[in-house]
Ligand binder design. Structure first.
Ligand SMILES: CC(=O)[C@@H](O)[C@H](O)COP(=O)(O)O
Ligand SMILES: NCC(=O)COP(=O)(O)O
Length: 244
């Protein structure tokens, strides 16, 4: 894809949740997601994403506290649209909060947030977080109605869920491309993530309106073979190659 030379590359946010998954398997302190976050930033990550799930299956409250103390790079805290999570975010004031849907029984985040369905409560939560200086993002499917509702809810950012694209669903890349254009036209910053790998990242990184990619499970898994610095370097190269 040929873009003007001034078009900035999408930033890479590294999601370190699954370092905590491995740690929690034995109940101790190793491997430490904060140490992984610091290494990710030293290795070229533009920011760090962590998802404090309601069931605390990977990231825990103490990790959030330690992360905001240790990191100077932007932190993107993913969380459910609950009063408990809003209160936690207000205590730590990360650079950004990405509000995601959660179902306790799910293995991973299965779909986007139903911004339309949450219209009675979400705009107030967005306002409360934004008033505290937090950049608010909504993790949504690339549905025009959800994108428009996100803008109306006062979000600064939408993160488009790339899970269906990563699974190879027909037409999903076109839906993401159209969604990114619509979101940008409404003044929303566009992020994308979920299920991205070396093999599927380029078409998403090539979308001119995508400003940030959040990638976790693949990078942490691949780091077992290649090391975290090497996989971050390679992912940044894939992103850059998509914009040549
Ligand atoms: C919202 C999202 O996509 C991330 O939180 C990512 O899925 C990592 O967390 P889980 O693997 O627990 O879903
Ligand atoms: N918001 C998406 C994210 O943070 C990472 O998702 P994944 O790469 O772990 O699937």
């Amino acid at each position: 894809m040929n873009l003007p030379s001034h078009t900035p590359l999408p930033r890479l946010g590294v999601n370190i949740d699954h370092v905590a998954t491995v740690r929690n398997a034995r109940g101790g302190e190793h491997p430490d997601p904060v140490e992984a976050a610091l290494l990710a930033v030293r290795s070229g990550a533009d920011g760090v994403t962590l998802h404090l799930r309601e069931d605390r299956r990977h990231i825990r409250d103490a990790d959030v506290q330690r992360m905001v103390t240790a990191l100077t790079a932007p932190i993107n805290l993913e969380m459910a649209a609950t009063q408990e999570m809003v209160a936690i975010a207000l205590r730590h004031t990360p650079h950004a909060c990405c509000i995601v849907p959660e179902r306790r029984a799910e293995v991973t985040t299965e779909g986007g947030l139903d911004v339309l369905g949450l219209s009675a409560t979400l705009p107030q939560q967005v306002r409360t977080l934004a008033d505290a200086g937090i950049r608010v993002s909504l993790f949504i499917d690339p549905e025009p109605a959800q994108i428009i509702a996100s803008a109306e809810a006062g979000a600064a950012v939408v993160e488009l869920h790339t899970g269906a694209y990563a699974e190879g669903r027909d037409g999903e890349l076109a839906r993401l491309a159209e969604g990114a254009v619509l979101a940008a036209s409404l003044g929303l910053e566009v992020h994308a993530g979920h299920g991205l790998t070396f093999d599927n990242v380029r078409p998403i990184a090539a979308l001119a309106d995508v400003a940030e990619l959040n990638i976790g499970h693949f990078l942490i898994g691949q780091a077992i073979f290649d090391g975290l610095p090497a996989v971050i370097t390679r992912m940044k190269a894939e992103i850059a190659a998509a914009r040549v």
